[in-house]
Design a protein around this ligand. Structure first.
Ligand code: FNR
Length: 187
């Protein structure tokens, strides 16, 4: 069966560069299906609301992650770290501990910034959060996109830089391969 990858963008901004990158992925690697998974409707994490299925947006978000074979997170960096909206979403997906949506879920990380350091610090924190939730984050490979404004056509919302397109396609292919490896890790 064709695999399905969930794309989660760590920015709520309409003209987000990271959203542009996420939207470019399906066209770059068409061997799998994709589903955009929104985090915009999620309430702030509150343990008092985290009972049963939780609030409706939370239930839908968790189900969307459970439905896909792996998630690719495409996120900016805020103040040298993970954007609050993304951390909030990952916290919701990390409970209840024994049946959490992130549990044993293959995950990959992509990040874009107008700056020069490619969201390295943000990705470290996202990785740490995912690992705490016992997701399987693609090891070794990294996908950092610096000076993103020079690599997209913002008006047409297209990723235009050929080198970035090539690296991103390779990263997604490696991630698809990683999804196949995960059952072997489970023993
Ligand atoms: C930023 N930005 C930023 N960039 C970066 O590379 N490292 C950083 O630490 C920060 N810190 C930061 C804090 C806050 C509060 C904001 C709003 C922004 C800049 C950021 O990369 C830029 O705004 C991107 O365009 C945000 O990503 P989207 O929304 O375009 O996907």
């Amino acid at each position: 069966m064709t695999k399905k990858i969930g794309l989660i963008v760590g920015s709520l901004r309409e003209h987000s560069f990271n959203r542009m990158i996420a939207e470019a992925i399906p066209e770059l690697e068409a061997s799998v299906e994709y589903e955009q998974i929104s985090i915009a409707e999620l309430p702030l994490y509150n343990g008092d609301l985290d009972r049963g299925d939780g609030p409706e947006p939370v239930r839908l978000f968790r189900e969307a992650i459970q439905r896909v074979d792996g998630i690719l997170i495409v996120s900016p960096e805020y103040n040298s770290g993970i954007p609050g909206v993304l951390k909030n979403a990952l916290d919701w997906a990390s409970t209840p501990t024994k049946t959490a949506a992130l549990l044993r879920k293959p995950a990959g990380l992509v990040g874009a910034t107008p700056g020069v350091k490619g969201t390295i610090l943000s990705q470290q924190q996202i990785r740490q959060t995912l690992e705490a939730a016992q997701a399987y984050v693609l090891p070794f490979q990294k996908m950092y996109i610096s000076q993103v404004m020079d690599k997209v056509d913002a008006e047409r919302r297209e990723l235009t830089d050929e080198t970035t397109r090539k690296y991103l396609q390779r990263y997604v292919q490696q991630f698809i391969h990683w999804i196949d490896q995960v059952p072997a890790l489970e023993g």
